[in-house]
Design a protein around this ligand. Structure first.
Ligand SMILES: *[C@@H]1O[C@H](CO)[C@@H](O)[C@H](O)[C@H]1NC(C)=O
Ligand SMILES: *[C@@H]1O[C@H](CO)[C@@H](O)[C@H](O)[C@H]1NC(C)=O
Ligand SMILES: *[C@@H]1O[C@H](CO)[C@@H](O)[C@H](O)[C@H]1NC(C)=O
Ligand SMILES: *[C@@H]1O[C@H](CO)[C@@H](O)[C@H](O)[C@H]1NC(C)=O
Ligand SMILES: *[C@@H]1O[C@H](CO)[C@@H](O)[C@H](O)[C@H]1NC(C)=O
Length: 944
C-alpha cells in the first residue's frame, strides 16, 4: 500500500530514469557477445602479457571500427595449469555463461578435451598457444589454431642438420601430447635427409633434476652429439641448466631448440640463457612492420600502467597471436551479426543447476556461422597475414638463432620455399631453389665458444682413444709386424697396414687418437686367426682392426668394413718354363705375313717403275725383254741391302729410288731389331694358366696356413689331400720347387697382395696367374654402425688415389712393381705389321706415282706430233707407233750423246779398249737403225 502512496517526486524520478534507460538502450544497440578465455592464471608473466594483448585487441577493434553492432564480453577462467581444470572451465563457460567462442586454452594437453567439448557444443575454440600437431587429428571444424603448429618447423630442423652434414640426431622431448605430437613428422623429415634417429629421449613432464641428469648421462655415453630439444620453457630451462652442469654444453655438442623454447627466450632467466650458450634455435619470424612497432610501444605503456610492479617485460610471438586471434574473433562475430541476428537468443535445455552435465550440453545456435566466418577471416595481423586454412594459421618462416651472450643472435632464416637463407629480402627472385647450404647461414659460435663445426658424433666416451687391434705373427711381416721390447716393455708395431692406417687416419677431417693393441696371449704368441680378431671387434674388445683383413661376406655380418686399400682377388703363383720355340722359321716371325706380302709387292712395283723411267735412256735397262725384267727385279731387290749396281740416270728415277731406299732402310732396321729381341730374350711361360687344369690333372696346390683360401679351394672341388698349407714364403718356394709329383705343390694360391710380396722375392722363377677367385681386398674393420666408416673410406680413396700409397708400397714391397709388370704371356704381339708401316709405303707409292705421271706427261708432250700428224691412220695404229717409240732407245738423251761421242773417241768406250765387242753394240745399233717403226717416225718428223 506504500506503493500507491508514492510521492510525486519519486514517481517522477522513476519516470525520468526509465526514460533515460530507454533512451540509452536506443543509443547502445550493440549486443553483448560472451566469449570465454581459458588461461593458466597463475602468477606467470606470460599469461598476464597474453591477457593484456587480448584485451587490447578487442578495444583496438571497437575503436577502429566505429559503431559496431556487437561487443565481445570476455569471461576469463583459470585452468590452473591442469587438464581437468581447463575442461571444467570450458564446460562452465559453454553451459553457464553460454559463450559463443573460447580463446585458449594454453597447452596442447588442455586443448585436447576442450576441443572435443567445443565440437559437441559447436563453440569455436581458438588457441594461440596449443601447437601440437596431434590436435589436428581431432578433425574438429570448431578448432582454430592461431599459431604455427610444431611440425611446420621440422623441415627447417632437417635443413640445418643437412647443411652441417650430421648423420644422426637424438630428439629430446617432453613425454606428453605437446612433445610427442611433433615426433612423427620430425622423424620423417630427418629420414628424408637420411639422418638416423638412433634413440628418442622422452622426458616425463614431472621429471626431477635427478631424472634429467640421469637421462643426460645416458645420452653422454652415446656416440651422437646432435640433440633436438622440443620442450616448453619450464622443463627445457632445467634441462639446459643440468646439461651445462654435467658438461654437455662443451665443444663437440650440438643443441637445436624448437620454437617452443626459442620463442620464449626473451623472457628466459639470464642464468638459463647462460647455460644455453652456443645452442641453435628456431624462432617464428615476425616481420617488423610499423603497426607492430606502434603496438609494442602502446602495449608497453598499457602493461606498465596495469602492472606497475613488473618492469622490463618483453612481448613474445604468442602475445601477438593472442592479439590477432581476439581481433579475428571480434571481426567474425561482427560479420555474423550483420548478416543474421543470432546472438542473444539463447535456446537451451540445460538447467542452470546441473553445471557439469555433459549429456545436456547446449548447442550454440550461432556456432556454425561463427566458425564459417572465422574460416574466411582475412586481415593483416601483427604477426603477419592472418588467415585460417583448415583451421590452421598459414605462416611458416622461421628465424634461425644462435644463443650467444645475453640472448639470441639471428644467423639466418628458413622458409618452406627457399630453404635456408641469410637474408629475408635477398631471395625474392623466383628462380632460387631450396637451399640447404651452410653458407646461407651466418657464422655460428658453438657450445664451448668454439667455431669449427662439430662433427656431430663422438666415439664412445668411456675411452676416448680407439683401441686398434693388430695381429701377431699372422700373415707376412711386411703387412704387420709387432715387436715387443722386453726391456722397455714397449710395443713397436710396423708394417704396410699400419702405415696405411696412420695415413688414412691423418686424412680424416678431424683428429682421432688411437693405440695399437696386439691380439696376443700374455706370452706374446698370437691369440687367433683373423676371424677371431674380427669377432673381438664384434664383442667390443677392439674399436678397429689395422690388419690385412679380407672383406668377406660372413665377416661383414658382424663388423663394418671400410673400402679396400689393396688390390683385390685371389691369384695363383706357378713356376715358369722357357717356352722359346727355336724353330727353323723364326726369321719369318718379326714381320707379319701381310707385311711380308706388302713389302714384296712394293719391291716389284718399284722395279717396274724404275724400268719404266730408265729403259729408254739407260743401257743397263735394255736388252731382251727377259733381261729387262730380270734387271728391274734384280735392281729393286738389291736395294734391300743397298747393293744395286745399275746406275739410275733420270732424275725422276733417282727421286723414286732415294725415297724407296729410305723406306727399305727403316724396314730392314725394324726387322733386325725385332729378330734380335726374338732370338735373345727369354720366352718365359707359366707352366699352367688355369686352375681347372690343375684340378683335372689332380695336382696339389698350396695355401697360406690359416687363410680362408682353403675353403675356396675345397669349394672349387680340390681334394683335401691335395691342398697343402705353408707358413712362410720360403716354405712355399720349397714346395713349388719339388712340384706336385715329388710331394710339393704345382701352384700356390693366395690373395694378390701376399703373392705380390712372394713374387718380389722370387721374381725370376714364378709368375702370377689370375685372379682366379674374386675377393674385395684388404680393408680396415670397425664395429657395426661406427660413424667413422664413411669418413675412413673416403680417406682411403684419397690415399690410394694419391702419391702417398705409392710411397708406402715402395717402402714395404720395394721392387715388387718392376717384377709384376713383366707379363710372360706376350709372344705373338712382337711381330711387326703393316699398320706400323703403311705411312712409309704410302710415301713410296706416292713418290713413284708422281714420277710416273711426270714421265708420261713429258713423253706424250714430246711425241704429240705422232698423235696429231698421222692423218688417216687409225687410233690403233697411232698407239702402236707410240708404243714402239716408247720401247725404243731415246737417242736424243744426253746419256747417249755422251755414248756417241765415246764411239768417236774409242778410248772412252770400254768395249773398244779391250776388243771389238760389237755384238752388244751392234745389236743396239741394229735396234735403232733397223727398226721399221723408228724409220717411220723419222720419216714423219722429216715431213714436218
Ligand atoms: C552498451 O551495452 C553494453 C552491454 O550491454 C555495456 O557494457 C556498454 O557499457 C554500453 N555502452 C553504452 C555507451 O551505454
Ligand atoms: C602444420 O603446419 C604446416 C604448415 O602450415 C602444414 O603444412 C601441416 O599440414 C600442419 N600439420 C598438421 C599436423 O597440422
Ligand atoms: C633466475 O633464476 C635463478 C635460479 O633459478 C634465480 O635465483 C634468479 O633470481 C632468477 N633471476 C631472475 C632475474 O629471475
Ligand atoms: C530441448 O528439449 C526439448 C524437449 O524438452 C527437445 O525436444 C529438444 O530437442 C532439446 N534441445 C536440445 C538442443 O537438446
Ligand atoms: C685428400 O688429400 C689431400 C692432401 O693429401 C687434401 O688436400 C684433400 O683435402 C683430401 N681430400 C679429401 C676429400 O679428404
Amino acid at each position: 500500500m506504500e506503493n500507491r502512496k508514492l510521492s510525486k517526486p519519486v514517481c517522477f524520478l522513476i519516470l525520468c530514469s526509465s526514460i533515460s534507460l530507454v533512451m540509452a538502450m536506443g543509443e547502445n544497440t550493440s549486443i553483448s557477445v560472451n566469449v570465454g578465455v581459458i588461461l593458466d592464471l597463475d602468477n606467470s608473466l606470460n599469461t598476464k602479457v597474453w591477457l593484456s594483448c587480448i584485451k587490447m585487441a578487442i578495444s583496438d577493434f571497437y575503436t577502429s571500427h566505429g559503431p559496431s553492432k556487437t561487443r565481445l564480453v570476455l569471461n576469463i577462467k583459470d585452468s590452473r595449469s591442469e587438464v581437468v581444470d581447463a575442461a571444467a572451465a570450458a564446460l562452465d563457460l559453454i553451459k553457464n555463461v553460454q559463450v559463443e567462442a573460447i580463446i585458449g586454452p594454453k597447452s596442447s594437453m588442455q586443448a585436447n578435451f576442450v576441443i572435443d567439448l567445443g565440437d559437441r557444443a559447436q563453440v569455436p575454440i581458438i588457441s594461440f598457444s596449443a601447437t601440437s600437431p596431434s590436435l589436428t587429428s581431432l578433425q574438429s571444424s570448431y578448432f582454430f589454431r592461431a599459431a604455427q603448429n610444431d611440425s611446420s618447423q621440422v623441415k627447417a630442423i632437417s635443413a640445418i642438420i643437412k647443411a652441417f652434414g650430421w648423420r644422426v640426431a637424438i630428439p629430446i622431448y617432453v613425454e606428453n601430447a605437446y612433445g610427442e605430437g611433433v615426433l612423427p613428422s620430425l622423424v620423417d623429415a630427418l629420414q628424408d635427409v637420411r639422418v638416423r634417429v638412433p634413440y628418442r629421449s622422452a622426458i616425463p613432464p614431472t621429471a626431477t633434476d635427478d631424472q634429467l641428469a640421469q637421462e643426460l648421462y645416458k645420452l653422454m655415453t652415446m656416440q651422437t652429439r646432435v640433440f633436438i630439444v622440443h620442450m616448453y620453457p619450464s622443463i627445457g630451462s632445467r634441462l639446459f641448466a643440468k646439461a651445462d652442469e654435467i658438461g654437455m654444453m662443451k665443444e663437440g655438442y650440438v643443441w637445436i631448440m624448437t620454437n617452443g623454447l626459442t620463442n620464449h627466450l626473451s623472457s628466459t632467466n639470464a642464468s638459463i640463457i647462460n647455460s644455453m650458450q652456443g645452442a641453435l634455435g628456431l624462432r617464428t619470424f615476425v616481420p617488423k612492420t610499423e603497426e607492430l612497432i606502434d603496438f609494442r610501444s602502446r602495449w608497453k605503456r598499457q602493461f606498465q600502467h596495469e602492472n606497475p610492479t613488473i618492469i622490463d617485460v618483453e612481448l613474445d610471438v604468442f602475445g601477438l597471436w593472442a592479439y590477432d586471434a581476439a581481433y579475428a574473433l571480434a571481426m567474425a562475430v561482427e560479420s555474423v551479426r550483420t548478416t543474421r541476428s543470432l546472438f542473444g537468443s539463447h535456446t537451451t535445455n540445460a538447467s542452470i543447476n546441473s553445471s557439469t552435465d555433459l549429456e545436456t550440453l547446449r548447442v550454440s545456435p550461432s556456432g556454425r556461422e561463427l566458425s564459417h566466418s572465422l574460416s574466411s577471416t582475412r586481415f593483416r595481423g601483427l604477426a603477419g597475414d592472418f588467415s585460417f586454412f583448415n583451421g590452421q594459421l598459414q605462416s611458416s618462416v622461421f628465424e634461425i638463432v644462435n644463443v650467444n651472450g645475453d640472448g639470441a643472435r639471428g644467423i639466418g632464416f628458413w622458409s618452406p620455399q627457399y630453404g635456408l637463407m641469410k637474408d629475408m629480402s635477398k631471395k625474392i627472385d623466383a628462380n632460387s631453389s631450396y637451399s640447404t647450404s651452410k653458407s646461407d647461414m651466418g657464422p655460428i659460435i658453438w657450445p664451448g665458444d668454439s667455431t669449427p663445426t662439430p662433427k656431430g658424433w663422438e666415439l664412445p666416451t668411456n675411452s676416448k682413444r680407439l683401441r686398434v687391434g693388430v695381429p701377431v705373427k699372422v700373415g707376412s711381416p711386411e703387412f704387420v709386424k709387432v715387436v715387443h721390447d722386453p726391456v722397455t716393455n714397449r710395443i713397436d708395431v710396423t708394417g704396410f697396414c699400419i702405415d696405411m692406417f696412420n695415413a688414412v687416419m691423418e686424412g680424416l677431417p678431424y683428429a682421432v687418437t688411437y693405440d695399437f693393441i696386439p691380439f696376443a696371449k700374455p706370452d706374446g704368441t698370437s691369440a687367433g686367426t683373423y676371424n677371431d680378431m674380427v669377432h673381438q671387434v664384434f664383442l667390443g674388445n677392439f674399436d678397429a682392426l689395422a690388419a690385412a683383413t679380407t672383406i668377406r661376406a660372413n665377416r661383414s655380418l658382424y663388423v663394418d668394413f671400410t673400402l679396400p686399400y689393396t688390390d683385390s682377388g685371389v691369384v695363383m703363383v706357378v713356376p715358369m718354363k722357357d717356352s722359346k720355340s727355336r724353330n727353323a722359321w723364326i726369321f719369318l716371325k718379326p714381320l707379319t705375313w701381310d707385311l711380308w706380302l706388302t713389302s714384296s709387292c712394293s719391291f716389284i712395283f718399284i722395279g717396274f717403275v724404275i724400268w719404266l723411267l730408265e729403259h729408254r735412256i739407260n743401257d743397263d735397262f735394255r736388252g731382251p725383254p727377259s733381261h729387262q725384267v730380270g734387271t728391274s727385279i734384280w735392281f729393286s731387290f738389291s736395294t734391300m741391302v743397298f747393293a744395286q749396281r745399275e746406275k739410275v740416270v733420270s732424275n725422276l728415277g733417282r727421286s723414286v729410288v732415294i725415297v724407296w731406299a729410305f723406306v727399305v732402310l727403316i724396314l730392314t732396321q725394324s726387322y733386325t731389331a725385332s729378330l734380335t729381341s726374338l732370338l735373345t730374350l727369354k720366352q718365359l711361360q707359366p707352366t699352367c694358366t688355369d686352375i681347372n687344369e690343375l684340378l683335372k690333372n689332380k695336382e696339389s696346390v698350396g695355401y697360406p696356413k690359416g687363410s680362408f683360401v682353403r675353403d675356396l679351394l675345397i669349394e672349387k672341388g680340390f681334394d683335401r689331400s691335395r691342398i697343402k698349407s705353408y707358413t712362410s714364403p720360403y716354405e712355399c718356394d720349397q714346395l713349388l720347387e719339388y712340384g706336385s709329383a715329388k710331394g710339393g705343390i704345382a701352384a700356390a694360391i693366395d690373395e694378390t697382395p701376399n703373392l705380390k710380396l712372394f713374387l718380389a722375392k722370387y721374381c725370376t722363377k714364378y709368375t702370377m696367374v689370375g685372379p682366379i677367385f674374386k675377393t674385395d681386398g684388404f680393408a680396415f674393420v670397425f664395429p657395426k654402425g661406427s660413424p667413422v666408416v664413411p669418413d675412413v673410406s673416403r680417406s682411403i680413396l684419397n690415399v690410394t688415389e694419391g702419391e702417398e700409397m705409392k710411397n708406402i708400397e715402395n717402402k714395404w714391397f720395394g721392387k715388387k712393381a718392376t717384377c709384376s709388370v713383366t707379363n710372360p704371356m706376350l709372344s705373338d704381339s712382337s711381330s711387326l705389321g703393316v699398320d706400323s708401316f703403311w705411312g712409309l709405303f704410302l710415301i713410296a707409292g706416292f713418290s713413284s706415282c708422281l714420277a710416273l705421271i711426270l714421265f708420261a706427261t713429258s713423253f706424250f708432250f714430246r711425241h704429240r706430233h705422232i698423235l696429231i700428224t698421222i692423218r688417216g691412220s687409225s687410233i690403233c695404229r697411232k698407239v702402236g707407233v707410240l708404243f714402239r717409240v716408247f720401247d725404243e732407245k731415246d737417242i736424243t738423251s744426253h746419256t747417249f750423246r755422251n755414248k756417241n761421242l765415246g764411239r768417236v773417241e774409242p778410248s772412252a768406250s770400254p768395249c773398244s779398249i779391250c776388243q771389238p765387242c760389237p755384238s752388244s753394240q751392234d745389236s743396239n745399233h741394229t735396234d735403232i737403225q733397223e727398226s721399221p717403226f723408228f724409220r717411220e717416225e723419222r720419216a714423219l718428223v722429216g715431213q714436218i
